[in-house]
Design a protein around this ligand. Sequence first.
Ligand code: HEM
Length: 280
Amino acid sequence: TVFEAIIITTKRKSSKEFKQKFAIYDEGFEYGSQLPDLFLKGSYCYIVFFFFLLCFISQTLLQHLVTTITDKFLPNYGLLMLWASLANAIPITFWTIAFMMSNPITYRTAMEQIDAAMKKQGIKSLLTLEDLQQMPYVKWCILEAMRLRAPGAITRKVVQPIKLQNYIIPSGDLLMMSPYWAHRNPEYFPNPEEFRPERWEQADLVKNAFLEGFVAFGGGKYQCPGRWYAIMELHMFVALILYKYEFTLLDSLPKPVSFMPFYQCHLQHEQYLVWSFHPI
Ligand code: HEM
């Protein structure tokens, strides 16, 4: 329906119709936050499996969705896949390059690894897993940019009362956790405001383990199923774009917004900050 809504406005039909279509889309958007079970059963391995399968049968994930899902939420699933795969990956790419540019030593270290890996293989525009393994520093830069510019809040609805410290959070409330603030806990990230890719040396990335306290991809059953794919595509993209283009920073880095919603009313739960919301 969102696509219909866009088409309608470009045809200059009435804004009333646009509003109606938009209301339908908006109402259904929350269903877009749930992938069909088919994609999530067990673990995120299924989604990886599907990516491989789809490559094999030459269909994109969206084409596959369109041909296999027949319920009315199809546009929502499609929108989710478009949104989830781009909305975070694009800003993180921007921030990775911006942080690297504003730290000349970081930039030089990364470029040394990129140049060495590219020249050794004589590669111009293709990267293999082996090439990526020769540039771990670039991956650390991406994860460090993600730590500092992680998505604002991750939400869960309370389905049965839960005790947090001295509070009983009733069912129906929304619980929100902020990766932004979790990533500024000096216990897990010393000098948290500093862009220090080296801190990722401690993470066992070969075994797909992040640093403790890193929650940019959420957690539990509904954490981001695209996380390892995202890191790999960012790794490839950042390495290739830095190899092919020379960047110059024209302005100093913008500071993150000073106001983070609900900053004052948090509970400290284990290492995370958690908020609870009452529906009114
Ligand atoms: C840097 C890139 C990315 C970041 C930071 C990111 C982050 C997140 C976060 C925080 C969530 C919510 C997790 C939760 O509620 O616990 C999420 C959900 C999701 N992500 Fe990502 N993501 C990224 C890239 C991707 C990519 C490339 C894909 C697909 C190819 C993807 C697919 C999804 C999907 C489908 C969900 C919804 C899962 C569900 O509700 O069950 N993401 N992502």
